[in-house]
Design a protein around this ligand. Structure first.
Ligand SMILES: Cc1cc2nc3c(=O)[nH]c(=O)nc-3n(C[C@H](O)[C@H](O)[C@H](O)COP(=O)(O)OP(=O)(O)OC[C@H]3O[C@@H](n4cnc5c(N)ncnc54)[C@H](O)[C@@H]3O)c2cc1C
Length: 377
């Protein structure tokens, strides 16, 4: 019998799940809101369990080719002099992880998914109607269709989560930080080195990103923010960083001039149960601390776990979803705990915190072996 699944979101989680579900015989459709490949080329990691999945999908060597090649993070002072250094790659020599631009990762995963899945672009689900035998799905543009299952892999601000589980504010909590990134020509001395400058509660990063450099603004704040208001994000960065040292003036100039900016509040998503009947959540839509939680690798691992669980219980989605949730929650728990440490390391609240962080890193016996947390690589 033909079994059909609809994935909302052709990002990291959605395209990985599509590939594996099609492989186990499901008829797979992806609906992706973006008309083209995503523009956000922020560097993300593929590491740990995600490496094995990427290898099985046959994309590992292409990921290695696309790697940014970054190996270290250097904390600099206002004069640009290094204050402390940490290594960003665990085992460069053993090829156990790569950092790639998110859009390149998504393009590779989608290319694999496209071999066996139907992709509807520039569209979104608008309504879900479940009954005992399936789900009728309504779209903005595409005529309504019926599926056996729907997977919400549509990211931090998931539409499926809102439609099937409830309003976003019920599941999202602000982490007390914001992130803005812009790809722009930046002063790069060494393509393997990320530079980070702190003032109390803010950080400005220059990432070489494999020849496509960019600036990142990560800062603390409790502002009321609506992610749909792009101009609010632009203004928040400008007001927070005004008068800052190091390359702040240049970074703000690029930020203001670009039309390829990313901005959002760092958000903790926690949905108590990832399943609502025939609907299941995956990736950032289900659970994340956007930015600090190893989200790209978790999205890949979670997608494989979900596809395996569905393949093991093709006629029992309740058992499949329960198995996926049980296994994947165990995987992400320790990652979420590390987010607080990462944020304190990268964006100390006070000047003495910055001095202390640098002193601690410099006092460590094998300081160049210390590993940088996510989002600065
Ligand atoms: C600045 C920044 C830096 C980061 N750095 C790192 C890092 O260093 N390491 C790391 O592991 N992770 C990092 N992350 C996190 C990582 O990018 C996410 O955790 C990961 O992308 C989650 O994958 P996903 O597939 O769940 O969501 P996404 O990759 O966000 O994909 C969601 C997809 O759904 C689509 N979509 C959204 N709404 C709809 C809709 N209504 N209908 C159809 N489609 C829709 C989107 O267009 C998108 O393609 C970073 C994130 C940011 C913002």
């Amino acid at each position: 019998m033909d079994r059909s699944v609809l994935l909302s979101g052709g990002g990291i989680a959605g395209s990985t799940a599509a590939y594996w579900l099609a492989k186990s015989g499901w008829s797979v459709t992806i609906v992706e809101r973006a008309a083209d490949t995503p523009s956000s080329g922020n560097p993300v990691d593929v590491r740990a369990g995600a490496v094995a999945v990427a290898r099985q999908m046959g994309i590992w060597s292409r990921l290695e080719e696309a790697a940014t090649g970054v190996e270290r993070l250097v904390f600099v002072g206002a004069d640009g002099r290094p204050q402390a250094t940490i290594r960003t790659r665990q085992r460069v020599d053993r090829h156990e992880e790569v950092e790639v631009a998110r859009n390149e990762l998504v393009a590779l995963l989608l290319e694999k998914a496209q071999e066996t899945s139907l992709i509807i672009r520039d569209d979104s689900i608008t309504a879900l109607h479940q009954d005992g035998g399936g789900i009728d799905v309504e779209f903005q543009r595409t005529p309504s269709r019926r599926f056996d299952l729907v997977v919400g892999a549509d990211g931090l601000h998931s539409t499926v989560r809102r439609l099937a589980f409830g309003p976003e504010k019920r599941f999202s909590r602000p982490f007390g930080m914001f992130v803005g990134t812009v790809r722009a020509p930046a002063p790069i001395e060494d393509a393997r080195t990320v530079l980070l400058y702190n003032e109390p509660g803010t950080s400005l990063t220059i990432h070489p990103a494999g020849g496509k450099p960019g600036f990142a603004f990560i800062f603390r704040g409790q502002h009321d923010f609506d992610y749909r208001d792009a101009d609010q994000g632009r203004r928040l960065v400008e007001s927070t960083y005004a008068g800052g040292g190091w390359f702040t003036t240049l970074a703000l100039e690029k930020w203001g001039a670009s039309d390829d900016r990313y901005f959002d509040a760092v958000t903790r998503v926690d949905v108590p149960q990832w399943t609502a009947g025939r609907v299941v959540l995956l990736g950032d839509a289900a659970s994340c601390i956007s930015l600090f939680g190893d989200g790209s690798s978790s999205a890949i691992v979670g997608a494989k776990t979900l596809a395996d669980a569905i393949a093991a219980h093709p006629d029992d989605h309740t058992a499949a979803f329960a198995g996926y949730e049980h296994t994947h929650r165990k995987h992400i728990r320790p990652l979420q705990r590390r987010a607080g440490i990462a944020s304190r390391l990268l964006v100390p609240k006070t000047r003495s915190g910055i001095t202390m962080r640098n002193a601690v890193l410099n006092a460590l016996p094998f300081r160049n072996e210390r590993r940088a947390p996510d989002s600065q690589r």
